[in-house]
Design a protein around this ligand. Structure first.
Ligand code: AHR
Length: 489
């Protein structure tokens, strides 16, 4: 028997909606043929795919990162503004592709406004310079009578775009990056970029590219960044991708430990540096690229796989475990961007005639739609499993949130058993159940089940009503499932 104990007074942090963020890179069919396909019968007046917009509306993403990714380290943002016919076509060295620049800054901002998401731009800190970076801020946010603010007006955008979130560089710690930087080089460049970008617009929030290479010098990198620019860093951006290359389900389900370790390590580093340098201002974590990605690793955007990963049910469980971790660490993780949105390692998959929703679409949808604004510190106990590296892992992976306005408690549970349902008692302190609620469950016939154009609903989500006593409820979690159990209070 499993037991989940919830105390509404044990609140562990405010959940920032930006943990439900996305990422759009100029890569393969993410932009062209994904979100943007002018001339398609499925496109709206602006060239956005209406079917994709509809699917994205269900995800209700809070923020979208753009334009890369590795792509940004060779990107000239000025190539992507002004009349489309005048925009240059360039080689994209990051991905060995050709970029037409038909989609650029203003198209991206319009896309964000259409899906009601905050835009988050990353500047080129690879082969780009700080002049270019601060010019982009001026173009987007300038309100005065200056050349670049006027250029934006000339392009049809009188009002400033007010882009609040700006990342400086992408994965600068990896030698696959155009303009890879040592820890010293990046800390110094970061400070100078950040300084002038803030001088152009003091209201912007800045993200430093902290870790993507977890086996190298990330401790030193974070120390140097916080030594050099303690007042200029709002978020440390970290990345990871996970997968199941060995086909070992239990090992894959234990990825929760890796996520916990990494977030806790960065939390610890921030605390140490704040103490050592007497930094009083908040510095948050942004997991601004994360997802399952291993099948098409090494593929190219123009090659046969196009980084077009096909997801199965076990991948959906792993995506859900990420959200559980972000909720459990709500106090420090204030942004997270699943990479990417359409076609390229993505929850939505298109062809010229339509789309299907990948398995990982459903956990994103149910977490986003059910998540409250306050994270709760949950105690849970019950059946366990072990792997070569971990003993005694709880089969259920759990988080819980309170929506204090709607007076709703939601318990998110991933049942990591391939075979067994998990009967569970949920007890409540600090409040009472009103008696009614719903279970929203993602599941499919087996852990390898995938969706496709031919079988779009092998994995999907279903809702049913649940009931509860005054302070306790029982529920049986289906094998290999993700469940959002919401109770009125
Ligand atoms: O999202 C795909 C790629 O993964 C991004 O371009 C890069 O930042 C990361 O390595």
């Amino acid at each position: 028997m499993n037991h989940i104990k919830i105390d509404l007074d044990r609140q562990s942090g405010c959940i920032h909606p930006h943990i439900f963020g996305g990422f759009v890179e100029h890569l393969g069919r993410c932009v062209y043929g994904g979100i943007y396909e002018p001339g398609s019968p499925l496109a709206d007046k602006q060239g956005f795919r209406r079917d994709v917009l509809e699917a994205l509306q269900r995800l209700n993403l809070s923020i979208v990162r753009y334009p890369g990714g590795n792509f940004v380290s060779g990107y000239r943002w000025m190539d992507g503004i002004g009349p489309v016919e005048d925009r240059p076509t360039r080689p994209d060295l990051a991905w060995g592709a050709i970029e037409t620049n038909h989609f650029g800054t203003n198209e991206f901002i319009q896309f964000c406004r259409t899906i009601n998401a905050e835009p988050y731009l990353v500047v080129n800190c690879g082969d780009g310079d700080m002049r270019e970076a601060r010019d982009w801020v001026e173009y987007c946010n300038g309100t005065q009578n200056t050349a670049l603010a006027n250029l934006r007006r000339q392009h049809g955008f009188d009002a400033p775009h007010n882009v609040k979130y700006w990342g400086i560089g992408n994965e600068v710690d990896g030698d696959w990056q155009i303009g890879y930087k040592t820890a010293q080089e990046y800390a110094r460049a970061y400070k100078e970029f950040a300084k002038v970008m803030r001088w152009v617009d003091p209201s912007i929030s800045l993200l430093a590219s902290a870790v993507s290479s977890w086996r190298t010098d990330f401790v030193e990198r974070i120390q140097l960044l916080l030594d050099h620019a303690p007042d200029l860093i709002d978020y440390l951006a970290i990345h990871w991708y996970v997968g199941n290359p060995e086909g070992d389900f239990e090992k894959y389900m234990a990825v929760s430990e890796l996520i916990e370790e990494r977030i806790s390590a960065i939390e610890g580093l921030i605390r140490v540096m704040k103490l050592q340098r007497n930094i009083q201002r908040p510095i948050a974590i942004a997991v601004d690229e994360w997802n399952v990605w291993y099948r098409t690793h090494g593929a190219t955007p123009t090659g046969p796989d196009n980084l077009e990963e096909k997801y199965n049910l076990e991948d959906a469980l792993v995506v859900a475990m990420h959200f559980n971790a972000f909720i459990r660490h709500a106090r420090s993780v204030k942004m997270a961007n699943i990479a990417q949105l359409v076609n390229v390692i993505a929850p939505i998959f298109t062809n010229p005639d339509g789309l299907f929703l990948q398995t990982i679409f459903y956990p994103i949808e149910i977490y986003r739609q059910s998540c409250g604004n306050i994270a709760l510190d949950v105690f849970w106990t019950g059946d366990t499993f072990s792997t070569a590296e971990h003993a005694g892992l709880r089969v259920l992976d759990v988080s819980a949130t309170l929506d204090d306005r709607a007076r709703k408690l939601t318990v998110f549970v991933v049942n990591r058993s391939q075979t067994d349902e998990m009967e569970t008692t949920i007890t409540l302190d600090g409040g009472q159940f009103a008696g009614t609620g719903q279970a929203w469950v993602v599941n499919g016939p087996d852990i390898k089940a995938e969706n496709s154009f031919d079988a779009p609903d092998r994995v999907s989500a279903t809702r049913s009503a649940v009931t509860a006593g005054l302070t306790s409820a029982t529920y049986t979690f289906e094998p290999h499932s993700v469940t959002a159990l919401s109770f009125d209070l």
